[in-house]
Design a protein around this ligand. Structure first.
Ligand code: ADP
Ligand code: MG
Length: 287
């Protein structure tokens, strides 16, 4: 099957940050990813959607170096990541916010964010980064001295985002950031993703709320059974009739929202048929 490659949506996004080429990977028993090729464009948000078990998290583990691909190659701005350790890949500028909450609950928000920069040798640099992160997410300032465990799920997500930015990453990977959150706090998490994007971050997003994720993304990829089923702009994937019917709870009308700046349409975020169909199971079931 030929897979259409994403077209460049604009001048700011014509350079490829991460390139995944023909990746085959699995856990010993067989291949989960069966030849995956994806381009993540600089300055864009690329959203990977697909049913449960499609291999989305496996793909992210392979990028982060937790899983070694059996075949294929992954490069970041032409630099080979394949074969490097997770720590080396982090040093190369790829930071992942995992699917499940990952803050140290007994530590303060300030300490948790600082940990994101623990590899920074120069103290002044760590302080400048911390200040930049505070500027990007001013909400976090109010919680700095609270224990992370006392925050709501949505607030913890923002702190995890803030922590991920301490290394000024070239690529931020978010695995299902809306997982387990109440519908009314989803908007704040998606707004935070938009903020990172507006500040020039390159983002690779996996999202169970497929429609909402695609709406805020410049590019979309549908992963199905370890293969890329469709790739295009976020809007192309969103409006693809077959994909809409399969994963998004019915075809979307073009008037349904503006992918670039539309508001995130609370109705969709509230987890209608689309959200659960995309996930193939009740959201949160895996928690
Ligand atoms: N640590 C693991 N060991 C063995 N099999 C796994 C492991 N993690 C995931 N799998 C299997 O790999 C497939 C893809 O899983 P995953 O990448 O988590 O899918 P997704 O994130 O798209 O829901 C599933 O069949 C799952 O059971
Ligand atoms: Mg997953």
């Amino acid at each position: 099957m030929t897979v259409p490659q994403p077209e460049s949506p604009g001048p700011a996004q014509d350079s490829c940050a991460l390139e995944i080429t023909g990746v085959v990977a699995g856990y010993g028993g067989g291949d989960v990813l069966r030849g995956v090729s994806i381009k993540v464009m600089q300055g864009g948000i690329t959203c990977v959607v697909g049913p449960n078990g499609a291999g989305k998290s496996t793909l992210l583990s392979t990028i982060s170096g937790l899983l070694r691909p059996r075949l294929g190659e992954i490069t970041l701005y032409g630099e080979r990541l394949t074969g490097r350790s997770p720590r080396q890949i982090l040093q190369a500028g790829v930071v992942q916010v995992p699917q499940h909450h990952s803050l140290f609950r007994e530590m303060t928000v300030r300490e948790n964010i600082s940990l994101g920069g623990y590899t920074l040798r120069e103290r002044g640099l760590a302080e400048r980064r911390f200040a930049a992160v505070q500027e990007m997410f001013p909400q976090v300032n109010e919680w700095l001295d609270k224990k992370a465990g006392s925050l709501s799920g949505g607030q913890q997500r923002l702190v995890e985002f803030a922590r991920s930015l301490m290394l000024d990453p070239k690529l931020v990977i978010l695995d299902e950031p809306s997982m387990g959150l109440a519908p009314k706090v989803l908007k704040s998490v998606f707004d935070a993703v938009r903020t990172m994007h507006a500040q020039g971050k390159t983002i690779l997003l996996v999202e169970q709320n497929a429609r909402a994720g695609l709406r805020l993304s410049t590019h979309g990829v549908v992963l199905e059974n370890g293969l890329v089923r469709l790739a295009g702009t976020g809007r192309e994937v969103l409006e693809h009739p077959e994909i809409g019917a399969l994963y998004l709870g019915g075809a979307v009308s073009p008037a349904g929202g503006d992918a670039a700046d539309g508001d995130p349409a609370e109705g969709d975020l509230a987890g209608g048929a689309g959200a659960s169909a995309a996930n193939g199971a009740a959201p949160g079931a895996a928690r």
